[in-house]
Write a protein that binds this ligand. Structure first.
Ligand SMILES: Cc1cc2nc3c(=O)[nH]c(=O)nc-3n(C[C@H](O)[C@H](O)[C@H](O)COP(=O)(O)OP(=O)(O)OC[C@H]3O[C@@H](n4cnc5c(N)ncnc54)[C@H](O)[C@@H]3O)c2cc1C
Length: 369
């Protein structure tokens, strides 16, 4: 029997959308060329930090804050259903300033956030060191935002994929989609290497590779890869209580002492791997945030591709082709925005009137005439 919906890509976006649509009663098939979570969704730091990422964009900030709250509910739900702790913690984030110019910028950032109703605290260097003793003692001050959170992306991905299967979603791994079939302005199915699968609704959630799939009405380079390199270490006790941004990088503490440090932002196409220069950059930034990391062991390093877009916002919703939807291009915030994206796709499929935010994220803004 043909599925009602085909989802292309088994990253966090594809799994979240598939689960949500199955909850609405759809028969959903996920086609993943590798295995679920093979790409960016397993490489991410898991910061749920809209106040840092989107402080200067009211719409993005609002979307991010909403999705962060959906994460809190999702984490509880997954714990109740499967006993899986996905590591959601409302640990708060801080941004440290290393000189007076950065301190003035933080002040502006704090004021913009306060206008949007976000509670912030400005810390003098002494308060910073009292709260986070491992922070750089030469810091000029910090901005603390308690409402932001973190999650563990690999655990989340595994739990959401399990949740999707629990709702009846079928996964086919090792299935590369070579093109989307369209006839008379309506989606008809997808082509694999040796077969075609029919469905009248298709959601392409293939991360950085989305707009390379033939048959979409957006130009192939609309979504492009931005490589990020990461390093992990551990400290006893945990280096920080909060996620700490500074020096152009960040340090994410897990409660058991694991520490993730990130990240580079490189336009190198789909070149995989890590480089001497990239790791040196991440290490230098991490040590500027927390000098004692200089003596920490390196436990691991990896890289992956953030799906970037020209305006920094994702492409979420139906294209001008009936039944063809995109859920991709979430750049640095795909973990954060996954639950909201699933809601928006479910709304679009059930024909709910487009909200202002749905309009702003519509893939039609990039479509060719
Ligand atoms: C180093 C790094 C750190 C990050 N940190 C954070 C963070 O702290 N917070 C945050 O919110 N976000 C973060 N991100 C961003 C986040 O990881 C991404 O935005 C998000 O994971 C994108 O999810 P996705 O499902 O769209 O893409 P992906 O996880 O890349 O999944 C796409 C899937 O599609 C499959 N696929 C591709 N082409 C095809 C095809 N033709 N047929 C079938 N399957 C296909 C791939 O194999 C892959 O499994 C980070 C990213 C990186 C790289």
């Amino acid at each position: 029997m043909s599925p009602d919906v085909i989802v292309v890509g088994g990253g966090l976006m594809g799994c979240s959308v598939a689960r949500r649509l199955a909850q609405d009663g759809a028969r959903v098939l996920v086609l993943e060329r590798s295995v679920p979570g093979a790409e960016a969704s397993s490489a991410a730091a898991g910061i749920l930090g809209p106040t840092v990422e989107s402080f200067d964009d009211a719409l993005a900030l609002q979307l991010g804050r909403r999705s962060r709250e959906l994460h809190a509910e999702l984490a509880e739900e997954l714990d109740e259903l499967f006993g899986i702790d996905v590591g959601f913690r409302r640990c708060g984030v801080i941004k440290i300033a290393l000189d007076d110019a950065e301190l003035s910028e933080l002040d502006v950032q704090g004021s913009r956030l306060e206008v949007q109703g976000v509670r912030c605290r400005r810390w003098a260097p002494e308060e910073l060191l009292e709260e986070e003793p491992a922070a750089n003692p030469d810091s000029a001050g910090a901005l603390s935002i308690p409402e932001d959170a973190q999650v563990e992306p690999k655990k989340l991905l595994a739990a959401v994929a399990l949740g999707a299967e629990h709702e009846g979603v079928t996964f086919r791994t090792g299935s590369t989609v070579r093109g989307v079939d369209v006839a008379s302005g309506q989606a008809r199915g997808v082509q694999l290497d040796e077969e075609t699968i029919e469905a009248e609704r298709i959601v392409v959630a293939a991360g950085s590779w989305t707009t390379l799939i033939p048959g979409l009405p957006v130009p192939p380079k609309t979504i492009y890869p931005v490589r990020g390199q990461m390093i992990s270490t551990h400290t006893r006790p945990p280096i920080f209580r909060r996620v700490v941004f500074g020096a152009g990088g960040y340090v994410v503490p897990r409660p058991d002492g694991r520490v993730l440090c990130g990240s580079t932002m490189e336009r190198v196409g789909f070149e995989r791997g890590i480089t001497f220069g990239g790791l040196a950059d991440v290490i230098r930034k991490a040590i500027r945030i927390a000098p004692r990391l200089a003596s920490a062991p390196i436990d691991g390093h990896w890289s992956s591709f953030r799906p970037g877009t020209p305006d920094g916002l994702p492409l979420v919703g139906e294209t001008r082709i009936d039944g063809l939807f995109l859920a991709s291009g979430h750049y640095r915030n795909g973990i954060l925005l996954a639950p909201l994206t699933a809601e928006l796709i479910a709304d679009a499929m059930s024909g709910k009137a487009g909200s202002r935010e749905a309009e702003a994220l519509s893939p039609r803004r990039f479509e060719e005439a």
